[in-house]
Design a protein around this ligand. Structure first.
Ligand SMILES: [Zn+2]
Length: 196
């Protein structure tokens, strides 16, 4: 699939599934020593060629100011790992659960298999785009997806499709956690344990 259509497919899927608002979230892929990332303020549900910005992973150039406000996080991930693609989204149920949890631990079979433990970074401080770049990159050496409290998910994969799958899987699991909690069942279920 051509590069633009990959971005369009994943951006549109994130938006139609409610995993981002109209101008929320961002996507990138590694491109040699550079990365291609969505433009600052772009609408992921309606991307055009002008919304893709190519810039260096390790230094600024004339395109850098156009890049997503989360560029620092994407760069840190590519520098620390062999990841080829990154999806950042704001999935509502996961954001809601992240306010009160230090990990997001799915109960459903698919969630447990794909994302057994999702670390939640950040405490009560005001979080700005680009925050926790080093911590997110470090965590993504061990897990496929990491969450920033009250903000959103950063998923890493070999393809945008893969990182998108982790994102949608997380939200599905968090929705199920929410339902179980509403039913008064969640506390009775065993929690996943182990190192994250
Ligand atoms: Zn964000």
């Amino acid at each position: 699939m051509e590069m633009l259509s990959q971005f369009q497919t994943i951006g549109s899927a994130l938006f139609t599934q409610g995993l981002i608002s109209s101008c929320g979230g961002n996507l990138s892929v590694r491109f040699g020593e550079r990365l291609i990332i969505t433009r600052r303020g772009s609408m992921l549900g309606a991307l055009s060629g002008a919304d893709l910005v190519e810039t260096h992973i390790d230094r600024n150039d004339q395109s850098t100011p156009l890049a997503s406000t989360e560029l620092a996080v994407h760069r840190a991930i590519y520098m620390a790992t062999s990841t080829q693609a990154v999806v950042h989204a704001h999935p509502s149920y996961a954001v809601a659960l992240s306010f009160t949890r230090s990990v997001l631990a799915p109960h459903d079979v698919e969630g447990k298999a794909v994302l057994p433990m999702v670390p939640v970074l950040g405490e009560d401080e005001e979080i700005k785009p680009g925050d926790f770049a080093e911590e997110i990159a470090e965590a993504l050496k061990r897990v496929k997806l990491v969450f920033v409290r009250g903000h959103g998910s950063f998923a890493a994969g070999q393809l945008l499709e893969e990182a998108y799958y982790y994102t949608s899987c997380l939200e599905h699991s968090c929705y199920l956690c929410y339902l179980l909690e509403a039913m008064g069942e969640e506390k009775q279920l065993p929690r996943a344990t182990g190192e994250i």
